[in-house]
Design a protein around this ligand. Structure first.
Ligand SMILES: C[S@@+](CC[C@H](N)C(=O)[O-])C[C@H]1O[C@@H](n2cnc3c(N)ncnc32)[C@H](O)[C@@H]1O
Length: 400
């Protein structure tokens, strides 16, 4: 699009963005399509209809502030065992001193015995946000929300990983990162996310649990169980006995385990960084035909019949994503297949900026994936939305 037209579109967008107008109906033909795409790229909504923001006062800002602080308080009180020490809803509630005493029985990271006043104030902040219940005498117990939360492993690992200082502090370096054109995560930690996780076992274990939980029972990701079980996104049933599935960057091996459980006549290899592969070996030790090996997806990978790349490319910029695909392509025989599982932009808007802040990556459109795959020597056979969600399975074969 010529620069002048783009500027014109942007000023239309500026004029109309707050009115919630339907651009396609409002703008001259031809201009509408470009403006709509620009709005979507700038964080607007799909389908040409703009988000309506009709808060006339700044209460929303107060709300964001309290929740931002609440997120840090929640992480801290989980990390030090206080949330787990909360009594059930039918109990009278415990004082913060009693909660600290209980946490000190189970957690090495429990607060100091004389931190009761601070713990009570933090719990009151969480009670304000309806995370737990408080009494007028500053006794605390579970609310329905915190009760459900502590027994839900996925919610726990979401909080412990996504709200951790490791992944949140880089967000507070974004302004500097933009000025210096640096990656926020490296600015904060002095190294990239994968090197950081290799050296920080606690953060790594929360991150890997989150990946595993999302594969097993996350919302959109529930469909991965379907991916392992049915031919919905990939025709597993057409593969011969003893076919080998290579899960590239497969984390602790959860997706591979799912696939082999449903297709016991296959064998499989999970490839990941050495510390993750060690955990994957333990996890896969009870899964027949499964193994985990340490390796890098920038280098030669084991020989296999189907290669799976789930949530790998979105961690990397285009140059590195292309290098990964080229390494996979080189490791493949002519009739091997590749299945890429990713979210697509638009629906993946909530994670797009985070992929840049913490991993230097980005979410992509299906067209962008096809472009990268084509550049790496693949031909796309099918693109299947899983469960009607933002996750797509892109099945490819090598271009001969
Ligand atoms: C976002 S996680 C996805 C994990 C898994 N595929 C899933 O969907 O749950 C990205 C994975 O890539 C792995 N990884 C990062 N750099 C790698 C490399 N150079 N070689 C192999 N794996 C790597 C990480 O350890 C991590 O397990």
């Amino acid at each position: 699009m010529p620069r002048q037209t783009l500027i014109a579109c942007c000023s239309f967008v500026g004029t109309y963005a707050f009115g919630g107008l339907d651009l396609a109906a409002t703008l001259p033909p031809g201009v509408a399509a470009g403006a709509t795409a620009a709005v979507a790229a700038l964080g607007g909504v799909a389908a040409g209809r703009l988000a309506k923001s009709d808060d006339a006062d700044d209460r929303w800002l107060n709300d964001w502030t309290q929740k931002t602080r609440g997120a840090a308080a929640l992480w801290a009180l989980m990390d030090c065992g206080i949330v787990d020490a909360l009594p059930d809803r039918d109990c009278p509630g415990l004082s913060s001193a009693e909660l600290i005493a209980a946490a000190r029985e189970t957690s090495e990271r429990a607060p100091a015995a004389d931190a009761a006043d601070a713990v009570a104030r933090l719990l009151r902040h969480l009670a304000l946000l309806k995370f737990c219940d408080e009494s007028p005498t500053w006794r605390f117990r579970h609310s329905a929300r915190s009760r459900a939360f502590v027994s839900d492993d996925l919610a726990r690992s979401r909080a412990l990983s996504n709200l951790s200082p490791a992944l949140v502090r880089p967000w507070w370096r974004v302004s500097e990162a933009l000025q210096q054109n640096e990656a926020p995560f490296s600015l904060e930690h002095g190294e990239g996310a994968w090197d950081y996780l290799s050296r920080n076992e606690r953060d790594a274990s929360h991150f890997d649990s989150l990946m595993k939980g999302l594969s097993e029972k996350g919302g959109a990701e529930r469909s991965l169980v379907a991916l392992g079980a049915s031919d919905a996104a990939f025709a597993w049933s057409e593969l011969p006995q003893r076919s080998r599935v290579i899960d590239v960057g497969g984390g602790e091996g959860h997706l591979l385990a799912q696939i082999l459980k449903n297709h016991p006549h296959f064998v499989g290899t999970c490839v990941d960084r050495s510390d993750v592969a060690a955990r994957a070996s333990a996890y896969l030790s009870n899964v027949a035909g499964a193994e985990a090996v340490a390796g890098s997806f920038f280098e030669q990978l084991p020989a296999g019949d189907v290669y799976v790349l789930k949530w790998i490319l979105h961690d990397w910029d285009d140059d590195d994503a292309l290098r990964i695909l080229q390494a996979v392509r080189k490791s493949m025989t002519a009739d091997a297949r590749l299945v890429v599982l990713e979210r697509v932009v638009g629906d993946a808007r909530a994670t797009d900026a985070h992929m840049w802040v913490c991993f230097g990556g980005k979410e992509r459109s299906t067209a962008a994936f096809e472009g990268l795959l084509g550049d790496a020597g693949f031909v796309t056979r099918s693109i299947t939305p899983l469960d009607g969600d933002a996750l797509v399975a892109i099945e490819c074969e090598t271009r001969q």
